[in-house]
Design a protein around this ligand. Structure first.
Ligand code: SF4
Ligand code: SF4
Ligand code: SF4
Length: 349
């Protein structure tokens, strides 16, 4: 949504020069769509793994990165680890993803949401479509009081989910990891996306986002709410120089998170996802910039490279230290998948 308001003059016409690559890096939706495409590919690979286990296709390695779609299960395991329950040797990728997201939030605000999360990309794409279709009439701005109520509601929801996860007895949280259902729940979720009820909900949420912007991300998602808590303390953030500011309001108009950048010396709002749109549109050199430790300026095109680079570095570190791959054996996966567990009607995730 925010990208649509960034001037096209930033797009060099010459193909594949450094400037072109730099331009692509700053175009947030290009980065986000690349992650969404990768995620779709992971889901396809997971279904191919399922087919192999059922004897219906060739062997395809299980993509562990798909753990990102099972937040409740992995958050339970993560908090068990925090509470001294030890590392999850069976499905550790989920823990690595959560640790990576917290690390990124502490350094680069809620940049997981701004640059990586494929779920948010779907809703932001809907909002972008709304702007293309309805121009200045979209997204429809809800009344201020309703917006504030919605934002507050998300934190109430986040606190409730955290309380439930932290109140699960440690022994149960640890035992949860070795439930065979947990090993194949990601397959059930991916297959469940084709369920007519789920498809209807997705279409409904997509339509809401076309009209009102990414409603799920702004008012409901507890995962984003959780990372916001760390994002507020982020080492790097957007800073405004009030001396040189000409009060043109372009930063506020460009902000898809509705942050009041124009009247902030330092952006600490929990809604800020480090998208860098405000920095890119500011017409005054040096007035609005992303700053790191000791006031070091981070260019808008360097910011996503740091975010994605850190994400990949944490993944690489986990692979090298053998804290990424599943400890569930292929035989265990195969016997669980063919046991009929996936076909059972299950409430919840
Ligand atoms: S708020 Fe939730 S769905 Fe939206 S981008 Fe963040 S984590 Fe993803
Ligand atoms: S875009 Fe820059 S100059 Fe304009 S109000 Fe925002 S900070 Fe000030
Ligand atoms: S304050 Fe700036 S960086 Fe943060 S979400 Fe708004 S536009 Fe993006």
């Amino acid at each position: 949504m925010g990208d649509a308001r960034v001037p096209d003059s930033e797009s060099p016409k010459d193909p594949w020069t450094f400037a072109r690559i730099r331009d692509l890096a700053t175009r947030r939706m290009v980065v986000k769509w690349a992650f969404l495409a990768f995620f779709v590919w992971l889901c396809v690979r997971l279904l191919q793994f399922d087919a192999w286990a059922r004897g219906q296709g060739p062997y395809v390695p299980r993509p562990e990165a798909v753990a990102g779609i099972l937040p409740v299960g992995h958050f339970t395991s993560f908090f068990a680890w925090i509470r001294g329950g030890g590392w999850d040797p069976l499905l550790p990728a989920g823990l690595v993803i959560i640790i990576a997201a917290i690390t990124i939030s502490l350094l680069f605000k809620r940049a997981l949401c701004g640059w990586i999360c494929p779920v948010g990309t779907v809703w932001e794409s809907a909002a972008l479509l709304g702007r293309k279709l309805f121009g200045r009439f979209a997204p429809v701005r809800v009344p201020r009081w309703l917006d504030l109520f919605g934002r507050g509601f998300r934190y109430v929801l986040t606190a409730a989910v955290l309380a439930v996860l932290l109140l699960v007895p440690l022994s149960e949280a640890i035992g949860f990891r070795s439930l065979p259902y947990m090993w194949v729940a990601d397959i059930k979720i991916v297959e469940g996306l084709a369920n007519p009820v789920m498809l209807g909900l997705i279409v409904f949420a997509f339509g809401l986002s076309v009209a009102f912007g990414p409603v799920w991300c702004r008012y409901l998602c507890p995962v984003g709410g959780f990372y916001s808590l760390f994002g507020m303390a982020s080492v790097c953030t957007v800073k405004r120089d009030s001396e040189s500011c000409i009060d043109c309001s372009q930063c506020n108009r460009s902000c898809h998170a509705l942050v009041d950048v124009q009247h902030s010396a330092t952006v600490r709002a929990p809604e800020c996802d480090g998208c860098m749109d405000c920095v890119r549109v500011c017409p005054v050199d040096g007035c609005l910039e992303a700053k790191g430790p000791r006031g070091v300026t981070i260019k808008p095109w360097v910011w996503p490279l740091l975010v994605v680079g850190l994400w990949l570095a944490i993944y690489g570190g986990a692979k090298l230290t053998h804290t990424w791959d599943t400890g569930v054996t292929l035989d265990q996966f195969r016997s669980t998948i063919t046991s009929g567990l996936l076909e059972q009607k299950t409430r919840g995730f």
